[in-house]
Design a protein around this ligand. Structure first.
Ligand code: AMP
Ligand code: MN
Ligand code: MN
Length: 328
């Protein structure tokens, strides 16, 4: 048995025991919840509701994008704790460190038993039970392996499928394994309609999103003889157009596929002087290492961090690290 299969098996046993014992359960994921994070939180919530009725289960998560709101129980996501006392059991999903739990860090810290399920390489493990599988495409893939396949309902299947689609870039990134495709097949058999989930949540763009994409590409700059590309969205434009970070979905991917580019960077100035930095690599650079230098994290080919200061300096600092790796 591989060590990952062992971790998953041990977690499965303990997870069902802990859920049975708990009266109150909370589930959280990372700040700026993406498809995998939302899918994992709602998928686990749905599974627990289906399998263990009568529990008080809360999803504490930042408000989710409109495009994910078709998922069952999406309206149950909230930002306030529902109970007076501390939670018996708390799940942290798709979240590489406790800081990324943002406003829910303290409630998580107070919980009687904490389970961390994640696939980020940068996750060193936290909580009482850690199930980190960096080889997994997504947290939803790990959840599928933890669940009893026969007991996955259609509503739960939609959530898990969403996570697979988003973290594999629609079954295209190098994390798309045979296992991912087999899981996707099983979820389709449960009634998931791929074209609906993929178009509604991945490809469909608002007019504003397309305008932002056009502008980010138009104003992008090449460095290091075209091996780095970057684009910056300034706070004044963010305010003028009412841009939110979810409006940038797909922008960094389009920058990355520019011919000759090894590494793409997108800076989104969410507040004056505070940048959300997205990094993507085509394989020659490990961007998770670079992001970790700035207190962020992620995966080899997709990572991010928050950086303060001036965009030029941030780009210079990052590009030096990229150059350092490319020279090795
Ligand atoms: P993004 O560019 O926001 O799509 O993020 C790409 C990847 O990097 C995701 O897997 C995130 O989990 C990770 N990531 C982004 N921002 C941070 C951060 N500030 N700290 C840790 N990981 C991050
Ligand atoms: Mn995520
Ligand atoms: Mn993920």
């Amino acid at each position: 048995m591989t060590s990952n299969a062992k971790i998953v098996r041990q977690t499965t046993t303990l997870l069902s025991r802990k859920v049975k014992e708990a009266k109150t359960i909370a589930i959280s994921g990372h700040t700026n919840p993406d498809g995998d994070c939302v899918g994992a939180c709602l998928g686990l919530y749905t599974y627990i509701r289906d399998q263990y009725p009568g529990k008080q289960v809360d999803i504490l998560l930042e408000p989710i994008s409109k495009k994910f709101q078709f998922l069952k129980y999406a309206e149950n996501i909230k930002q306030e704790k529902n109970i007076e006392e501390t939670y018996d059991l708390y799940f942290s999903l798709d979240c590489s460190d406790t800081e990324r739990l943002s406003q829910f860090q303290e409630i998580f810290a107070e919980a009687k038993y904490k389970i961390c399920i994640d696939h980020h390489v940068s996750n060193t493990g936290f909580g009482d039970l850690t199930c980190v599988v960096p080889e997994a495409s997504s947290t939803c893939e790990i959840l599928f392996d933890l669940f009893d396949e026969k007991r996955i309902s259609f509503d739960c299947a939609q959530c898990l499928y969403l996570g697979l689609v988003h973290d594999t870039g629609v079954f295209k990134h190098s994390n798309t394994t045979r296992h991912v495709m087999e899981i996707a097949g099983i979820l389709i058999e449960k009634g998931v309609r791929p074209e609906f989930i993929i178009d509604e949540t991945f490809y469909k763009k608002t007019y504003l999103q397309n305008q932002i994409l056009g502008r980010a590409l138009m104003e992008s700059i090449l460095l290091l003889e075209g091996r780095i590309i970057f684009s910056v969205l300034r706070n004044k434009d963010v305010i003028t157009y009412g841009i939110q970070s979810e409006d940038l979905d797909g922008v960094i991917d389009q920058l990355r596929v520019t011919e000759g580019v090894e590494c793409a960077l997108l800076l989104f100035e969410k507040e004056e002087g505070v940048f959300k930095v997205s990094m993507r690599s085509n394989g020659g650079v490990d961007v998770s290492k670079i992001a970790q230098n700035f207190g962020g994290g992620g995966h080899v080919k997709a990572a991010g961090c928050t950086a303060q200061g001036n965009a030029r300096d941030i780009i210079n600092n990052i590009s030096q690290l990229v150059e350092g790796q490319l020279e090795q």
